[in-house]
Design a protein around this ligand. Structure first.
Ligand code: HEC
Ligand SMILES: [Cu+2]
Length: 472
């Protein structure tokens, strides 16, 4: 700690002399016009400050406080994050090329460790890390000129740096080009990070940091915006079909490179590596640890888009999933509804005409209701609405409605793992149900007709065929 105090004094002196220089320019020199001072607005991710309309440079003052805080990393699992301003990632800084940025960093006296900030937008050794290294109970001030436009990561660079970053100490600073950025309808701010806890994925309680897992680069969690489910459920992003959406995407790391993909859209433009050039019509973009990309896309049809790291077990087994709910009119010319029919059982001649619609008699209908009440209602509840976070809804379930035929597999073979129903995340176990072919067909037809406003979808014969196939 003793090393730190003199640095702080030096930084304070530098600021003081800088102030004196601006106040009293050398005799004979033309007075430098003082830049207008703007105190930077800070918003919690996935939000960010709005586009800059200013045409002239300013001195932008950014007040940031390092906070060591305990938050949920997953439902029922807590973790002590080290943060810039209480959020992971830290709040987005947005300035204009040519601005002078003044970072005022506070390290709360209730914190336990020294911290600092290294901004990749800085031209100079350490990116500000030396000027801002402070023990708890201190503050530091540091200014730099944002010379080059781009989307840059900032992070804590205090030893052990990997640990400070793994605990959430990163964010981004956008330096808009002098001429500004094109207008869009929506902007979002998302960062991926890898987290290393003592317990396994979603082990409950308060979890500690596991240095060995970090060194081995074997994260327990790979997350968007610092929590499992930060961008699903009530945290899901939103846009309207036809909106131009811009996403500022970065990777804090400390270790993993992200294969960033949004299921259900194509990026019109990717300013890869956060620089000035763009690639067009991109499916997946590679974003390095400590790097970024600016993504632009236009959702076309209503429904959920899914953000993933396309290294897919990170998405489905470590948390790297987010949702963007799109509203708007259907466009069947762009995105058809699809038709699914059962194949003829092996060995029998293929029927020449399309299969007859499934007809359900009164007895079968009543039987479906009976099976539902006796078996399914125990978990999915009598009204089929499910239990938040535990049992997904069967009534008005988008998951069910999108593939009603496949639901018999779930009843026959059970289901486990991540599942998203109506934008809500579930990760639990449904045991295989001990029912005969009629009962399975009847209950699925009951769920389809009575709880989802659909048609009957299955016959007992189809269920008999399905019994032979394991779900994939
Ligand atoms: C012991 C509790 C339990 C019972 C009984 C049960 N389920 Fe489930 N069900 C679950 C769980 C838990 C999930 C989510 C599994 C996951 O996370 O992968 C699920 C998921 C589903 C899904 C897919 C998600 C959705 O909401 O659309 C369907 C369909 C489904 N169950 C149908 C049924 C039917 C039909 C029955 C009765 C025959 C039934 N379940 C009985 C617990 C149960
Ligand atoms: Cu730190």
């Amino acid at each position: 700690m003793r090393r730190i105090a003199p640095r702080f004094t030096a930084a304070a002196l530098t600021t003081l002399s800088a102030l004196l220089c601006t106040a009293f320019p050398a005799a004979g020199a033309a007075p430098i016009p003082a830049l207008p001072v703007i105190v930077h607005e800070l918003l919690a991710p996935p939000l960010l400050p709005s586009q800059i309309t200013r045409k002239t440079p300013a001195r932008v003052v950014v007040n940031m406080t390092v906070e060591e805080v305990e938050h949920e990393i997953a439902p029922g699992t807590r973790y002590t994050f080290w943060t810039f301003g209480g959020t992971v990632p830290g709040k987005m800084i947005r300035v204009r090329e040519g601005d002078t940025v003044e970072i005022n960093l506070k390290n709360l006296s209730s914190n336990k460790l020294p911290h600092n900030i290294d901004l990749h937008a800085v031209s100079g050794p350490g990116g500000g890390a030396g000027q801002t290294l402070i023990a708890p109970g201190n503050q530091a001030s540091f200014s730099f000129k944002a010379l080059l436009p781009g989307l840059y990561v900032y992070h804590c660079a205090t030893a052990p740096v990997g640990m400070h970053v793994a605990n959430g100490m990163y964010g981004m600073i956008l330096v808009e080009p002098k001429e500004g950025m094109s207008r869009v309808d929506k902007e979002y701010y998302v960062m991926q990070g890898d987290f290393y806890t003592n317990g396994g994925y979603r082990a409950g309680g308060l979890q500690g940091f596991d240095m060995q897992k970090a060194i081995d680069e074997k994260p327990t969690y790979v997350l968007f915006n610092g929590a499992d489910g930060a961008l699903t459920g009530s945290g899901a992003l939103s846009a309207k079909a036809g909106d131009k959406v811009r996403m500022f995407y970065g990777v804090g790391g400390p270790n993993l490179t992200s294969s960033f993909h949004i299921i259900g859209t194509i990026f019109d433009k990717v300013y890869f590596e956060g620089g000035s050039h763009f690639q067009e019509n991109v499916q997946t973009t590679l974003v390095p640890a400590g790097g970024s990309a600016i993504l632009e896309f236009t959702p076309q049809v209503p429904g959920n888009l899914t953000l993933v790291d396309h290294s897919l077990t990170r998405a489905f087994n470590k948390g790297a999933v987010g949702l963007m709910a799109i509203t708007g009119p259907e466009r069947l010319d762009i995105y058809g509804k699809g038709i699914k029919t059962a194949l003829a059982p092996a060995g029998t001649p293929v029927a020449a005409s399309k299969p007859a619609p499934v007809v359900v008699g009164d007895a079968a209908r009543a039987n479906g209701k009976t099976v539902f009440e006796a078996t399914c209602a125990a978990c999915h509840l009598a009204d089929g609405k499910g239990v938040a976070g535990v049992f997904p809804p069967l009534a008005n379930s988008d998951f069910f409605q999108q593939r009603p035929y496949e639901m018999a597999y779930i009843v026959l073979h059970g289901r486990t793992g991540e599942i998203v129903v109506n934008g809500e995340h579930f990760n639990s176990v449904m045991p295989a149900q001990d029912l005969n072919d009629e009962q399975v067909a009847d209950v699925i037809n009951y769920v389809s007709t009575a709880l989802n406003g659909g048609k009957p979808v299955l016959t007992a014969e189809q269920v008999r065929q399905m019994r032979k196939t394991k779900p994939n």
